[in-house]
Write a protein that binds this ligand. Sequence first.
Ligand SMILES: Cc1ncc(COP(=O)(O)O)c(C=O)c1O
Length: 399
Amino acid sequence: MLSRLHSSLPKSIFKTALPKPTIATHISRQFTNMSATNQLYGSGSARPNDQQPARKILADFRSDTVTTPSRAMREAMLTAEVGDDVFGEDPTINELQRKVAEMTGHEDALFLPTATMSNQIAVRTHLTCPPYSVICDHRAHVFNYEAGGISYLTGAQLVPVTPLPDHPHLTAAAITPHLVLDDDVHHTPTRLICMENTLNGEVVPIENIREVTALARGKGVRTHLDGARLWHASVKTGIELREYCGHFDSVTLCFSKALGAPVGSTLVGSKAFIKKARHFRKMFGGGMRQAGLLASACLHALSHTLPTLHQTHAIATSLATRITSLGLPLTKSPDTNMVWFESPVSADELKVLLEAEGVRIFGGVGREVRLVVHWQVGEEGVEAVVRVLEGLVKREGTK
Ligand SMILES: Cc1ncc(COP(=O)(O)O)c(C=O)c1O
């Protein structure tokens, strides 16, 4: 059905605003000698099921967690110096922790397998004597996607707050009515405010961060930032990580999303905070041994993928521009690597149509669709999305 629609359209209309040299440079730097299948399943690795030939995947827009390590990253892992990190003897992990502490301006850092574990350990470490509550944005990862961990692992009540009308992100005015600062025995005192940046791919303005963290400090409330994708905010705005991170008592940073490492996050904070967090890491089963292999991938990501993030943003911006030029509205600001838009058909239907073209997205019953751009998304994938949407707009019109 769709291929019929495509064949009725002149080829030239698919080739519009994409900044080709940028994409070409971006891809060629990362993918020398890698086929599209290898991009997805990794060079030299077995496919998930060797009995069935893998379909050619042009691009996977489901998330930036789907990237596979480049050959150079794998080579860095092969030569990493390692030791027992539970004893603090892994030189590569120690180097990564030193480097991230330095980059963020915090006293110390702790290497962890995932950003979820980092957030959960941060909250657990901040909160010691219940009852207590944690304020966060109602869209936050810690509220929606960490399996209720804060209630279970820390026993804290989460208070999800919706930003005020005409304010896309949390402000002091939005949070103030939810602060519990009295000692009435019926109440649950606010002990921590968690922010997230980027949030759904949008940059939370530094002004919001300044005013929310100043409010918290003034009231004796601690602050944590889920900065799993803070790299994106910093690259986009030019504001240094140190500036963002300096406002918070603790910050999670992740290497397995924007930066393309297979595993790895770091939690940063004061020396005393990280010492306590290290204790919880052991308790939660996150004390790893010769994990310098993984930390070396994170170091490689810092030196090789981080400097290319602006190219990822350029691809996302171009994709967003082309989608809007088809008359399809964006539903969130495409500040960094995520493009959210209203599709002419349900996400489920679009998913099936794109799958036939070798492009992966998440489905859903609604028409809001999220496309996540990362370093393994190239021109072919972008063109396929635009081609399919163009066909759909012709068929359905914009609603
Ligand atoms: C903002 C944010 N924080 C935390 C996480 C959790 O990361 P992980 O999958 O490493 O646990 C994610 C995952 O996508 C995320 O998007």
